[in-house]
Design a protein. Structure first.
Lengths: 131, 131
DNA sequence: CCTAAATAGTACTAAATAAGTACAGTATTA
DNA sequence: TAATACTGTACTTATTTAGTACTATTTAGG
């Protein structure tokens, strides 16, 4: 199947939940709001934080909040945060791993075009659109 | 990672190889041309055949050929042939499985928009473009 | 009609990836 | 200083993908 990770799906749900947060919202509360298990939310937040999509605040009254306005965070951002660089095949430019057929392959580099088209499509939809 | 199956990647290589085939080309020859292992080619052809992307001919001098002109076969077609319907999440309309959060989910149905955008992008690139 | 070439279908095994869980550590505020 | 909540890492299990094997069926040609 051609699909995003379940965690990416969850991440969008989390991001949408955070849209309505005025102050920092703890993982526990996010879990309650969304129905996503607490440990899973916890794991997600680490990825979203590292990618700079959310801000965190420790201690009592701590929690997470969006790092940018909802209409500036795209689905592409969320996918990249959770799953790493978007590379439909391993012979796409920004892929982490290397294609083993590269030496004698007939479609060498052609996937770049497809990849760009998909990324462009994913950048068009924002968290605000998902609300 | 957000990516297509390796088999899908191989499938495009196979399709591109078939562009240059005047008569039916056997799996074995496709394997030789592309460097993809023979058993794997064999497996692929079954999927491509079922999806109607190639035509087959049995017996001596048999083999496979494209069912339509190269510029009419899209990357979306190939992905669907190998991986089934394109459904980025399980709550997308044409998905085979059902989303378990559907009852209380905040982004319910919103992925349809993303999915459509991606499919549209994948339909824009054809086998001819990959040659 | 018989044989060799080649596809068609099914089922199994092994490898890779994703999902879920656990836990010890650190910062913050009341 | 105690309670709250994030941070980081590592582990286990489940699921999916990739690869392999084998049998049956069809076709062309001698
Ligand atoms: S499949 Fe990777 S270079 Fe062709
Ligand atoms: S994640 Fe499937 S309905 Fe929301």
């Amino acid at each position: 199947m051609f699909k995003v990770n379940k965690l990416t799906d969850y991440a969008t749900v989390v991001m949408v939940d955070l849209v309505s947060a005025d102050l920092a919202r703890p993982s526990q509360k996010i879990a309650n709001n969304t129905g996503i298990p607490y440990p899973t939310v916890n794991k997600l937040m680490k990825d979203l934080l590292q990618a700079g999509l959310v801000r965190s605040h420790r201690g009592i009254n701590g929690g997470y909040s969006l790092a940018s306005p909802a209409h500036k965070i795209t689905i592409a951002d969320i996918i990249q945060a959770v799953e790493g660089p978007i590379a439909l095949t391993s012979c796409v430019n920004n892929s982490l791993d290397k294609c083993s057929y590269e030496n004698f392959c007939a479609v060498q580099g052609r996937w770049n075009r497809v990849n760009k088209a998909v990324v462009k499509a994913l950048k068009k939809v924002t968290v605000a659109d998902m609300t």
